[in-house]
Design a binder for this molecule. Structure first.
Ligand code: IPE
Ligand code: IPE
Ligand code: MG
Length: 249
């Protein structure tokens, strides 16, 4: 039986977040320029979206470009920007027909105008779709997001400083880019790096973390199913004891 067939269809995570890492090393291994690695990475992203759709995952967040990635050489940043806009525009033609919705999180104001408008068009066109939601983290930094949330709360409470005692975790989360999106149950990082790199720090408080040595362009259906299978064999305790979890089943 394939791994896919062994998955418990009743326990598919509703939200999977992915740090798609290793494009550069994939290209270097083949003696190719880094941008070819990114092009292969874009294909792997498309494949991951299709698998997520098939498995019935409701939200998939793909970390495509971090705020820190602006510090890469100009040629790589420009190459990545044109790859992003062309692949999102092309791939979403079919995806929109398949009821997929696109959202982005991150500091859009830093994007080149054409990239921003191309992506905004796809977001608008797909806004009423009700199937899988694909969230692209683009020019995204989690600390930046948290500081912005703090700023907007400060502005809100400056009129009524005493109300701040009532501020809840939910009020805070409502000021993040992800206010309308449930927290990911599973976070995958490829390429054998064991770090979070400023991704969804608030939202992954209780996510299961899955790391694999596989480089992102090689992350295929089998690899995706392995991550889900592994997730399904974890016990999520949320601070409770194992006995409590078993008793509540
Ligand atoms: C991930 O691959 C894609 C982006 C960060 C844009 P990398 O480009 O980081 O690949 P490595 O880590 O150098 O192999
Ligand atoms: C994280 O990858 C960002 C994305 C995958 C877009 P990096 O390759 O930029 O991460 P670090 O800098 O090695 O931690
Ligand atoms: Mg990397």
């Amino acid at each position: 039986m394939s791994l896919k067939e062994q998955l418990d269809r009743d326990r598919i995570p509703q939200h999977v977040a992915v740090i798609m890492d290793g494009n550069g090393r994939w290209a270097a291994k083949l003696g190719k320029p880094r941008l070819e690695g990114h092009a292969a990475g874009a294909k792997a992203a498309r494949r991951a979206v299709e698998i997520a759709h098939e498995l019935g995952i409701k939200y998939i967040t793909l970390y495509a470009f971090s705020i820190e990635n602006w510090n890469r050489p100009d040629s790589e940043v420009n190459g990545l920007m044109s790859l992003l806009t062309s692949s999102i525009a092309q791939q979403f033609v079919d995806l929109i027909k398949n009821n997929v919705r696109l959202l982005t999180i991150g500091d859009n104001s830093m994007l080149p105008d054409n990239v921003r408008t191309d992506i905004e068009n796809v977001v608008k066109k797909s806004a009423s779709n009700t199937g899988l939601t694909v969230i692209i983290a683009l020019s995204y930094g989690s600390r930046f997001e948290i500081v912005n949330a703090a700023k907007s709360l400060l502005k809100k409470y400056s009129q009524n400083p005493f109300d701040i005692d009532n501020l809840s975790e939910k009020d805070f989360a409502d000021c993040l880019y992800t206010s309308q999106i449930p927290d990911p149950e599973l976070l995958i990082r490829t390429s054998g790096e064991y770090r979070i790199s400023n991704f969804l720090l608030w939202q992954i408080s209780y996510s299961e973390l899955y790391f694999t040595e596989t480089l992102w362009p090689d992350f295929d259906e089998e690899e995706f199913c392995k991550a889900i299978y592994d997730f399904q064999h974890r016990e999520r305790r949320f601070g409770k004891t194992s006995e409590q979890i078993k008793d509540s089943k």
